[in-house]
Design a protein around this ligand. Structure first.
Ligand code: UN1
Length: 494
């Protein structure tokens, strides 16, 4: 019998109002049901939002250094439970164990970084034009934050949102992806053990169209922080506009690695394998395109193909596995549809291109690492986000052409260039139109103390991560103190 888990609202664990549940299934073995979780709807969201509003009244007045100490303690618990959490994560969403450990580590890094912000949260003191007048701009909490998180980084991304939200003094309604509710549940347990007061974070499980949609619409929510698909992000933004909410979106990518003719080819191959097939290609930072200079195209493609043929597909808990399953049946089908699309468009399938069904793999959602060659930049497989282990190799005759191909998509999250030429590297840094650029490294590997996000349809101008997340999680309040004892008129008493 699978364990039945609960929502956490106003300090109480309980089922969804409807009594409905959904299953959390291991993507490496669909017979392994991890648990049943509440299928929440608008009435649960209503209660959670009310509880958050109630808790916010006291929480915003807790000094930031004290709030941050709770976050620090959560980091300490994450350190202690790192291995256990990594194993749970692999079981719940499939990524190989080494990467699951990395995901937990990213949560730890975020906790320690954000804990320090409790004693910073800098504002600005600026001189006033009038005598005996003092001016300061300070940060105040936004209020109630709706955190809607994806399944691909089921611990790290919730920490990117929840921990700064808490340090800044907000209360939270947390709606995690329905594919990874256990990681969310565990994170909440950790925050409670660390001393988080009741109602400051409220966890509402359920589907995006039900719990998620009602949360986004709820008038009690002040800020929506959403990481997920560009299609859903667009809907969130529309609702945000209609209801005057602050909205921070982090969405899709179609990231490219540029391989120049002077590149260290072996290193570029390693980067392409890691960027393309790490997390089974299910990162918004995944390198789903490799744009290779004509002169090294053959050498690169042959070596890349050789490496990818040798990748071992299997359950993430098996230490020999290189590539784990994809998240669910729907994604598996979608990835395969893109293979059909690529074939239909005339791209050359070099390896993979099928669902793996041999032996134990039949039980899970396994897709063979796939490479398409002869890909034209106009093809759909070169433009649309597949979010699976499928990489397109394109050709370019020059750096300029490679940059143009890279930029000519509707997304703009991450890019990378492999070259030994400093001038080319800096030209790429200048001209690649993405939120993140790597030199001689893959498109993945962002660190939490830097702004994270992208341009065009990847985001809406915000950057979570780093110090920039504080601008999302706080409002600026400007304060003037006149200590002259008389009426002084700005702009008039000059
Ligand atoms: C994501 O894919 O949504 O740089 C986040 C990286 C990770 C974060 C990825 N540190 O790939």
């Amino acid at each position: 019998m699978a364990t039945t888990y609960r929502n956490y609202i106003g300090g109480e664990w309980g089922p969804a109002a409807s009594g409905g549940t959904f299953e959390d299934v291991n993507p490496a073995n669909r017979d392994d049901v991890i648990g049943l979780f509440p299928r929440s709807d608008a009435s649960d969201v209503e209660r959670a939002t009310r509880a958050a509003r109630e808790a916010f009244r006291a929480w915003r007045l807790v000094p930031a250094p004290r709030r941050a100490e709770i976050v620090f303690r959560a980091g300490e618990i994450l350190v202690r439970r790192k291995e256990e959490l990594a194993r749970l994560m692999t079981r719940e969403m499939g990524k190989v164990l080494a990467e699951a450990r990395g995901d937990v580590q990213e949560g730890i890094d975020t906790a320690y970084y954000m804990a320090g912000e409790g004693r910073r949260l800098f504002g600005h003191q600026v001189p006033c034009e009038l005598p005996s007048k003092f001016g300061v701009a300070m940060r105040v909490p936004v209020g109630i934050v709706a955190a809607i998180t994806p399944w691909n980084f089921p611990l790290a991304i919730p920490t990117w949102k929840l921990l700064p939200a808490l340090v800044c003094g907000n209360a939270v309604v947390f709606k995690p992806a329905e594919d990874t509710p256990l990681m969310a549940h565990t994170l909440l347990e950790i925050l409670l053990e660390a001393g988080l007061p009741k109602g400051v974070v409220n966890l509402v499980h359920g589907y995006g169209e039900e719990a998620g949609a009602s949360l986004v619409r709820h008038p009690g929510v002040d800020l929506i922080s959403f990481t997920g698909s560009t299609e859903v992000g667009r809907e969130v933004a529309k609702v945000g506009a209609e209801t005057y909410k602050k909205v921070s979106l982090e969405m899709g990518g179609k990231n490219a690695i540029l391989v120049m003719d002077d590149a260290p080819v072996e290193l570029a191959v390693e980067g392409a394998v890691w960027g393309g097939f790490g997390t089974s290609g299910q990162r918004c930072t995944a390198a789903s395109r490799v744009i290779v200079h004509d002169k090294v195209h053959r050498a690169f493609t042959d070596a890349f193909l050789e490496r990818v043929k040798g990748l071992k597909l299997g359950p993430g808990l098996d230490e020999r596995t290189d590539v784990g399953p994809v998240i669910n049946e729907a994604q598996l089908r979608r990835i395969h549809e893109y293979t059909e699309v690529g074939r239909g468009e005339g791209a050359k399938l070099l390896v993979g291109g099928e669902i793996a069904t041999e032996g134990e793999l039949r039980k899970g959602f396994f897709y063979r690492p796939t490479i398409f060659g002869d890909v034209d930049p106009r093809m759909r497989i070169a433009r649309e986000e597949i979010f699976g282990p499928s990489v397109s190799v394109l050709r370019a005759r020059s750096l300029e052409e490679a940059i143009e191909i890279c930029n000519n998509t509707s997304y703009g999250l991450s890019s990378a260039i492999y070259t030994r030429d400093l001038n080319r590297a800096f030209q790429a840094i200048q001209d690649l139109a993405t939120g993140i650029t790597y030199v001689n490294s893959s498109t993945i590997g962002a660190e939490i103390q830097f702004p994270f996000g992208g341009v065009r349809q990847t985001g809406n101008g915000h950057r979570e991560g780093g110090w920039t997340v504080l601008d999302i999680m706080t409002e600026w309040k400007t304060v003037y103190v006149d200590y002259s004892g008389r009426l002084q008129k700005a702009q008039i008493d000059v």
